[in-house]
Design a protein around this ligand. Structure first.
Ligand code: 5AD
Ligand code: SF4
Length: 460
């Protein structure tokens, strides 16, 4: 038995027959959602049940994000509120894990100013969760774990997934790109890829369990270097039997190979016609300062190739507004590209300086007022584009995987193959199934429609 299994057993024995509940709160990206499913899996093995209410928990775990200052401030304010629970229940254990805890200055702050925090666990130390928890429960004091920059991948961690019909599968961890604004390479370490056999086995299990939609996850999937490259891995997944769609994120525009586009075109029924390609800025000068290693021209050429090869491609991007040194002309160049490309979706962020990154100490930081004015202008332009792209769907019937119940009675929502959000009415028993929906109306961020026919599930 390994260290983790032994610690798991001892924590379970510590609780014995006494009920114990864990509240795991997740902030940030899909990678964190995927990590939380592993944390939950490990918690279940230690006998914890789930609770969504931190006030009822014996263990509160915050899986944190460090991508922008706002995310970190939100987490610190949560921790402030949890102090009260700790006073009411002195046995309550509060742990903080995820990207925030891979930064020395944050760990120092938590150590000194947040005595209610019993342990921190950086992303590299995730498999050590049972051991750290055991030490804390045994009264060995507070623990602050910081792992290696390139830890070996631990396979075989239990995963307790939130959904059965939709799943994330991590194919690689870390990032080597060091974009000048980004904290990720510092908090998630160097790129490491899982072996393709491990990934395929996990995907096969998911499909056998009724999963219909699988997202292969990595900070830059095109850097996947297991025993094959990413295009080959994607093809092996797409070639598996079953009624499912595979999608992936994120791709870096510097290296979208033709072989990947060819694989997507070859499996239109299995690989979702969706591509997330973060542009960040439409100005070559800014891209250079961001250390992005591509130009607006090469980006546009990639978009053209993708659109030529994949019908109905849903294209999305990330944009940073107000990067240091961004002039009105640079921002106008971004707007220009947004209008030319006509993205289905954009995720836009106000630039946020991250301690330890090169951009944080660049001169010419853009004032918050200018940032906000530019952001408002960008959203205005994009809302109009998104609406007019959505309107092109009106009257068409599309295949939708039903995700969830909406707020009103009988309301459902789901995603098209390309990942567009769509609302319609129907029975909650359809959740997790594919249905045909006729689009009746478009809004900037969603479509609305009605069910055209029920598909019989031929594949088990
Ligand atoms: N400030 C603002 N946005 C950022 N992103 C990454 N770092 C920062 C930062 N310091 C954005 C990028 C990235 C997305 C996940 O978050 O657009 O693609
Ligand atoms: Fe950050 Fe750039 Fe790596 Fe993406 S590719 S995680 S933006 S450093």
């Amino acid at each position: 038995m390994g260290m983790r299994e032994e610690a798991t057993k001892r924590v379970a024995a510590f609780w014995g027959d006494r009920p114990h509940a864990a509240c795991i709160l997740t902030f940030g990206c899909q990678q964190n959602e995927a990590d939380s499913e592993k944390l939950r899996g490990m918690a279940h093995e230690m006998g914890y049940t789930d609770t969504a209410e931190p006030g009822d928990a014996d263990l509160i775990l915050l899986n944190t994000c460090a991508i922008r200052e706002h995310a970190e401030q939100k987490i610190l304010s949560y921790l402030g509120r949890f102090k009260e629970y700790r006073q009411k229940n002195p046995a309550l254990v509060i742990g903080v894990c995820g990207c925030m805890t891979a930064q020395e200055h944050r760990v120092k702050q938590l150590k000194e100013r947040y005595p209610q925090v019993s342990f921190t666990l950086d992303p590299a130390s995730l498999p050590d969760f049972p051991r750290v928890l055991e030490e804390v429960l045994m009264g060995e004091g507070r623990r602050f774990l910081r792992g290696d920059d390139a830890p070996e991948i631990t396979e075989g961690l239990p995963i307790s997934r939130v959904l059965t019909h939709r799943a994330w599968v991590s194919i690689m961890y870390g990032c080597n790109n060091f974009c000048s604004y980004c904290i990720v390479p510092y908090v998630r370490g160097r790129e490491r890829s899982r072996a393709s056999g491990e990934i395929l086995a996990e995907v096969k299990d998911l499909i056998a369990g009724g999963c219909r939609d699988i997202t292969l996850l990595g900070q830059n999937v095109n850097s996947y270097r297991g025993d094959c490259d990413f295009a080959t891995l994607l093809e092996r997944v797409a070639a598996l039997d079953g009624d499912f769609l595979v999608r992936f994120m994120t791709s870096h525009p510097k290296d979208v190979p033709d072989s990947l586009i060819a694989v997507m075109a070859k499996y239109p029924d299995k690989i979702a016609p969706q591509f997330h390609l973060p542009l960040q800025s439409g100005s070559n000068e800014i891209l250079k300062r961001m250390n992005r290693k591509y130009t607006v021209e090469t980006y546009l050429a990639t978009v053209e190739k993708l659109r030529a090869a994949i019908p109905d491609l849903v294209l999305s991007t990330d944009l940073i507004v107000g990067f240091p040194g961004e002039t009105d002309a640079d921002f106008a160049a971004t707007l220009d590209i947004v209008k030319r490309v006509r993205f289905d979706m954009i995720y836009s962020f106000l630039y946020s300086p991250r301690k330890g990154t090169p951009a944080a100490v660049m001169e010419e930081q853009v004032s918050p007022d200018d940032q906000k004015t530019r952001m408002a202008g960008l959203l205005r332009v994009q809302d109009e584009i998104a609406l007019s792209l959505g309107e092109q769907y009106v009257g068409r019937t599309v295949r939708v995987l039903v995700d969830a119940k909406g707020k009103d009675a009988g309301a459902l929502s789901g995603r098209t193959a390309g990942g567009r959000l769509i609302h319609f009415s129907g029975e909650p028993s359809l959740i997790g199934q594919f249905v045909q929906v006729t689009v009746e109306r478009a809004e900037p961020y969603a479509l609305r429609g009605r069910i055209a026919e029920l598909e019989r599930n031929i594949h088990k």
